[in-house]
Ligand binder design. Structure first.
Ligand code: HEC
Ligand code: HEC
Ligand code: HEC
Length: 198
């Protein structure tokens, strides 16, 4: 009985009033998060566009637009980097002029991570494929290795990498940790930050 009332309490705190969290399916509710909304709903149903505006119904539904792109398990279910690398899409650098090409900077910044997670590699090449330097420098990051405070907490609160990751770029989920934490820890590594080209 004690167990059940704790579950009811947790369920009501998290806004789940029907008793989805019964004793034999104790993992069906997620501690703090709302259940994930289905990805890529048509514009009129996505809660972002005004369904009463006729323009909304003229937009191409994302499911149709994303057909044939490389699939991912996270976010809007598209692996954008692989879709570009395999030439499924070739985004324009300038909306009104097809000529300008992005200036791709090949500089990886390695950030040593406290604890057991693999180190974080920030790849400039993939970002400059899509973004201008001014998207990050200096509003989000001072362009100097180690000059910026970064932590998972800040990222989850939408700061630092989280200004984009979880908003317009792949989100933080258990299947994306390794995209950022991609460099296995060096044996006997000392806590310092380093920069390498790739
Ligand atoms: C998506 C964000 C982002 C974009 C876009 C970006 N950078 Fe960076 N840049 C970073 C981060 C993160 C660091 C590492 C900062 C740290 O370690 O504290 C960095 C570091 C640097 C550094 C310091 C390297 C060193 O050895 O100290 C330079 C220089 C730099 N960026 C130049 C550029 C230039 C030039 C462009 C455009 C071609 C660019 N960046 C685009 C995020 C970005
Ligand atoms: C200004 C926006 C912005 C910021 C800030 C930003 N990113 Fe990104 N990042 C992107 C976009 C856009 C992509 C490509 C789309 C995608 O993969 O979702 C990307 C892709 C990546 C990739 C490539 C993944 C792959 O599939 O190869 C890695 C790794 C990454 N980001 C790590 C970071 C880290 C670490 C930080 C913070 C130090 C950071 N990013 C900050 C926008 C940003
Ligand atoms: C968008 C890139 C990105 C993703 C995705 C990401 N991390 Fe991180 N993580 C970072 C950065 C940047 C740091 C700070 C590194 C530093 O101290 O310079 C960090 C730091 C950490 C730390 C060290 C403690 C702290 O908060 O600074 C842990 C633990 C960690 N991450 C776990 C995870 C786990 C688990 C996941 C997947 C659920 C994950 N991270 C996904 C970028 C990312």
């Amino acid at each position: 009985m004690y167990k059940l009332s704790v579950l009811i309490l947790i369920a009501s705190i998290s806004g789940v009033f029907s008793l989805v969290a019964s004793a034999d399916s104790s993992n069906t509710f997620n501690r703090m998060l709302k259940p994930q909304a289905p990805a890529n709903l048509p514009p009129a149903e996505d809660g972002l566009h005004d369904p009463d505006n006729p323009g909304t119904h003229m937009l191409q539904p994302p499911k149709e637009a994303f057909e044939g792109l490389v699939k991912a398990k996270w976010g809007n279910k598209v692996d954008w980097i692989k879709s570009i690398k395999t030439k499924k899409i070739s985004p324009r650098h300038n909306a009104s002029d097809a000529a300008p090409k992005p200036i791709i900077m090949n500089l990886n910044i390695v950030r040593q991570v406290k604890g057991s997670m693999p180190d974080v590699v920030f790849p400039h090449d993939r970002h400059t494929l899509l973004l201008a330097c001014s998207n990050c420098h200096t509003g989000i990051f001072i362009p100097q290795k180690g000059a910026n405070q970064m932590s998972m907490a800040a990222i989850m609160l939408g700061e630092s990498c989280g200004k984009c990751h979880g908003a317009v770029a792949f989100p933080i989920t258990t299947s994306t940790c390794k995209l950022c934490h991609s460099k296995p820890k060096a044996k006997n590594s000392v806590l310092k930050r380093s920069v390498t080209g790739s």
